[in-house]
Each structure stands twice: as C-alpha cells, then as structure tokens.
Design a protein around this ligand. Structure first.
Ligand code: ATP
Length: 250
C-alpha cells in the first residue's frame, strides 16, 4: 500500500482468496455503510456474473474486483466511462498494449474481450444510494483453455507471452480511476470525449437485443450520457440505454 498514489480509491482493500462474487460482497458491505473507494479483490470467483446475469468465467491468475462508490447524479452516467478509460490506460501503461472500448462495458484487444465491467446502482427514493463497479480483467490465465470463450476472449498473457504484474496493473488502475472519477464533476465532458474517441462501436453495424426484440442497424451517435442512437434499416432511429440491451457487432 506504500506505492498507492490515491486519496480514497483502494485505500480500504478487502482481499479474499476466493469468493462467489466480489460484486455480491461489495453490495452487502455498501449497504452496511462501507466507505467510498472500498474495494473487494479476489483470486477467483465461483459464481461471477456479467450483465443480464451472464456467467463470468473467473479462473486463478486474473483480477476480479468491485468498488463501492457514492456518485452524484451527474457522475453516475459517466461512471462506466471513467472506469473503462482507467482500465485502458492502466493496461497501456503496464504492458504497452492498446485496447478498444466496446459499448457499453467491454474492453477488447484486437476484437476479443480482455475485460468486462458491471455497474450496479442501489436506488432509494429515486436517488442513487450507492454504486458498485465490478471488473473482471483477464491477466495471466490462458483464455484459450476455455473452448466456449476461445474466439471471443483474450488475456494479457496471451499477448505478452510472459506474466503481467497484477499489482502494477491494479496500482495504475486505482490511480487513473480516482483521477478520472474526480474529473467527472468538473471535466465530465472531457472524460466523455476521451471515452468516445476510443469507442469502436460508432458507425458499426450492430444487433441490439432488448427484451424479446432484436433491432439491426448502424450506430449513428453516442450521447454524452453514454446512450446510443441506432439507425435501423427502415430509416427509423432508436435510442438505446445500456441497462437492458445486449449488443452484437456484425
Ligand atoms: P456481450 O459479451 O454479448 O458483448 P456483454 O458485454 O453484456 O455481452 P457481459 O454480460 O458483460 O457481456 O459478460 C458476460 C459474457 O462475457 C458471457 O456471456 C461470455 O460470453 C463472456 N465471458 C464470460 N467470462 C469471460 C471472461 N473471463 N473473459 C471474456 N469474456 C467472458
């Protein structure tokens, strides 16, 4: 912790060798009043999940962590932008690898997922009480070992060929995440612009699943709250917010 260059992000670290899901532990701790910036870190998850309750494969060697934060109403829509950029910067600083951002919550290397993210908000009386930002970063596990993920997932070691220091990566992430998170209030527009620049989803053909409906179209714009506008084949424009959709790049 001597190497930590943050004021609150990761100042309180709860380390668990194994847990079902860091997200569940963090939600519970947040409800009990754990401080802002508290992070739960584990070596492996037995029941990790992504969005829409999808399984997150969580073997030893990677990073699984969940942050407790209490963002303001203005910060909330851009929380995922700050976290995505922080991961992207930390990976670049630690390994030199450039990543791409796929809307709304994936970090890719050459089109394959190296990190998944999940933001869950606890809402009380219409206000966000707290948010938990969960991250799974594929670092030193060989993702080629998983037949169902071989074509869509990758890890840092799959690119560097040698183990990557998880400590360095986490320290760099904490530093970047705190800086960007604090920027959300006064320089939120700038964080949005940086995020947008790295977003590979703009102009792409996508399939969007929302409930039982599937729309196909081209992503035309991304609004400053992170929502998308998709032009359908029939010319209609649909407005998509992250929460309820799944996206497939054609
Ligand atoms: P999509 O993967 O279609 O873009 P999504 O971004 O919403 O959807 P998440 O819910 O965030 O996906 O993550 C769950 C999905 O990610 C799983 O369905 C699986 O395809 C994939 N996945 C699971 N574990 C890993 C992992 N360790 N690394 C990369 N991808 C994974």
């Amino acid at each position: 912790q001597n190497n930590l260059r943050t004021c609150f992000m990761g100042r309180e670290i709860i380390y668990l060798p194994e847990t079902a899901s860091t997200q569940i532990v963090a939600m519970e701790m947040a409800r009990k009043g754990a401080g802002d910036g508290t992070v739960i870190i584990t070596e492996r998850q037995t029941d990790g999940h992504g969005r829409l309750k999808r399984l997150w494969v969580s073997p030893q060697g990677n990073i699984y962590m969940s942050f407790i934060l209490r963002p303001s109403q203005t910060e909330i829509s851009r929380l995922i932008m700050a976290a995505s950029l922080a991961i992207s910067f930390a990976i670049q600083d630690t390994t030199g690898i450039m990543t791409e951002l796929k809307w709304p919550n994936d970090i890719l290397i050459n089109g394959k997922k190296v990190c998944g993210m999940l933001v869950e908000n606890d809402i009380r009386d219409g206000q966000v009480n707290f948010s938990v930002v969960g991250l799974g970063i594929n670092v030193n596990a060989d993702m080629q070992d998983y037949p169902e993920l071989k074509d869509i997932a990758t890890s840092l070691i799959n690119h560097t060929g040698k183990p990557v220091s998880r400590e360095k990566l986490i320290l760099s992430f904490l530093h970047e995440f705190e800086r960007l998170y604090l920027d959300l209030n006064e320089h939120g527009k700038c964080v949005f612009e940086m995020w947008k620049k790295r977003l590979i989803t703009l102009g792409k053909e996508v399939d969007v699943t929302s409930g039982k409906d599937i729309y196909s179209g081209i992503v035309e714009t991304v609004a400053s709250d992170g929502s998308l506008k998709i032009r359908l084949a029939d010319g209609n424009l649909v407005h998509i917010v992250a929460g309820d959709v799944s996206l497939r790049h054609a």
